[in-house]
Structures are given as C-alpha cells and as structure tokens.
Design a protein around this ligand. Structure first.
Ligand code: PMP
Length: 330
C-alpha cells in the first residue's frame, strides 16, 4: 500500500515548475520551487521539523512540553503540525495587527494564540516579544524555537532545499533567487549550492524596498514574511552575490500575474522573488538555469493582494493599458 504514516514525512521534496508565461522572449529558463506543496502550505515546514527534532535530541523539548514562539503565520503552522504528531502543546504570540484569518488558522490546528498590542515598544512588558519570553519562562517544560537565532533554521535548508535543487536540476542550476526574512532559506540553500558547485552558483536575495538587506533604513513595506529592520543571526551576510530591492507594487502585480497566467496562487513574497528572478534572467546568458523559491500559497492574501479595492487604496492598481494588453494576449 502507498500510505504515509504522518504528514511530517511529506515535508520537503517540493516540485520545480518552469515559468512559461511571465518569462517572455528567448530568456534563460526560470524554474519555480513551489513550497506550498508542503503539508503546512509553506517553506516553513522544513525548519519546524528540524528545529523540533534538534530540541528533542538535546533534551530542550521533552514529552509533554510546550512550544512557545512569537509567530503569526507559516512557522506556526509547521510547528503546530509537528507538535500535534508528537503530543506537544503550542502557544503562539502575535501582535494585534495580524489578520484574524491567520490567528484562526493557528487555532484550527489546535494551537493557543495570545494576541498582544502592536502599538508598544519591543521592551514594553505587553509587547509580543516580552510576552513570549515571559510565557517561555513561566510555563513548565516550555521551549522557544526562536527561528531568528536557531541555527537549525538555515541548516534545514542546507540539508534539504539545497540538495533537492541540485538533484532536480541535475547540477545545472546557475542562479538561486529567494526572498530574505530570517535569512534561513537563502543562507542554508545558498551555502549548499555554493559548496557543491565550487562557488559557481550565483545566490541572489530579493528584498522589499526599505528593508535593511538591500540597504534600506527599515522603513515599512507591505510585503509579508520578508525584509527586516534588524540583522538576524540566521542570515549570513556573506552568502549573497547580490540583493535586489523590489517595490510592493511590483511584487503584488507579479503575484497576481502568477495566479492568472501560471496557475500559481502564491503569496506576495513569491511575486517579489519572481520580479527579482526576471531581472536576473534579463542580464544572464541564454543557457542560465535560474531557480526561484516561492515560499507559500496565496489563500492567506485574498483580502489584500487579490482584492482590487485594497490594491486601489494602496495605489497598486494595474494601469488599464496593461490590463487590456494582458487580456488581449489571452
Ligand atoms: N516569504 C514568506 C511568506 C515567509 O513567511 C518567509 C519566512 N519568514 C519568507 C518568505 C522568508 O524566508 P526566510 O525566513 O527563510 O528568509
């Protein structure tokens, strides 16, 4: 019988899909690593299972323990799935700016969610950083994965994402493009691909305009899950050959095109990464093989990126000529 005993076995080994419509002309091939095929719907399943297994091995997480993490989204889902399989309790701490839909998803998986005010400084006792620290200290058997400082975050990508891409492209990959949030994906995958290719594979970060990774001040942007106003330990600043800044508008318009033209209903950081990949493709030789990682699916963004009114309110509407040209093309 072809049966899996657990969803955890199905984490990783996601497909590579060629982009056929948003890549125009005789450009190099651009291949998307589609991470929504993970059981939790995002790339974060990979780090969840590895962080938990490392904590079990070190004794930091013992049977009956509680996982406490400040997360509002994908990491929480991955942690919740692995926790359920192994009988751990999950307490996630989120700022109140997080959409209700997202906290409802975490609760649906059986996690407890503590909502904290956004409008306080990180040092304030009610901030979600302070509350998660306090809960981790107070709850007996609590363990905090801390994805921004946990070396098993990049190591999960060194062990899985990198080798998968190398094998799937039969060692022909020339460029790897990914957004940078904690930096785990690009650091781990990039390190593996650099090592296995003797330094030949180019590693290109994609970053929202304003974020520190591409030289910004940390000013706000709307693309979720990527960019930072601090430098986390999980990001190796020497790994990227280049970091490309992409505007929210370009990211979101590409996200919509991916759904309409490629059938890929994905999140905003995916559109951002694809914009960066197409800029790389425009400058790369014809025989380049560009792999771009798409971190999550688009269902969590229906009321924003895929909502015309929301896009209009933020000045992200497509101009009519572009829309008509796209429709006409079909
Ligand atoms: N996109 C989304 C939607 C994410 O949730 C994340 C993770 N924060 C990323 C991109 C970036 O991945 P990483 O943290 O590995 O840099």
């Amino acid at each position: 019988m072809q049966v899996n005993d657990s969803l955890v076995e199905l984490m990783g080994n996601t497909p590579l899909v060629r982009l056929r419509r948003v890549v125009t002309g005789a450009r190099p091939q651009v291949l998307a690593k589609v991470e929504y095929f993970n059981p939790g719907g995002s790339v974060k399943d990979r780090i969840a299972v590895r962080m938990i297994e490392a904590a079990e091995a070190s004794g930091e997480l013992a049977p009956g323990g509680t996982i406490v993490e400040p997360t509002s989204g994908n990491t929480g889902v991955g942690l919740a799935i692995v926790a359920q399989e192994r009988g751990y309790r999950c307490v996630f701490v989120c700022p109140d700016k997080v959409a209700r839909d997202k906290t409802d998803v975490l609760r649906a998986y059986g996690a407890e969610v503590v909502v904290c005010p956004t409008a306080v400084s990180p040092e304030h006792p009610d901030s979600y950083y302070s509350v998660s620290d306090r809960l981790a200290a107070e709850i007996p058997g609590a363990w905090k994965p801390n994805q921004y400082a946990n070396r098993n975050n990049p190591e999960s990508h060194y062990a899985t994402t990198g080798p998968e891409i190398w094998a799937q492209t039969e060692g022909t990959v020339t460029h790897f493009v990914a957004g940078i949030g904690t930096g785990g994906t690009i650091t781990g995958t990039g390190r593996y691909l650099k090592e296995v290719s003797g330094g030949a594979v180019q590693i290109i970060g994609a970053d929202p305009e304003g974020s520190v990774y591409s030289g910004g001040s940390g000013r706000p942007y709307l693309t979720e899950g990527v960019g930072e106003d601090i430098w986390p330990e999980t990001y190796d600043r020497t790994i990227c050959d280049d970091v490309i800044a992409v505007s929210d508008k370009d990211s979101f318009l590409m996200t919509r095109r991916l759904a309409r033209e490629e059938g890929l209903l994905v999140g905003g950081s995916c559109g951002m990464a694809v914009v960066a990949a197409l800029r790389v493709a425009a400058a790369a030789p014809q025989d380049a093989v560009i792999v771009v990682l798409l971190p999550d699916g688009g269902r969590g963004y229906l009321s924003k990126i895929f909502n015309d009114e929301w896009m209009g309110q933020h000045g992200f509407s497509e101009d009519r000529t572009t829309t008509e040209a796209t429709v006409g093309d079909v």
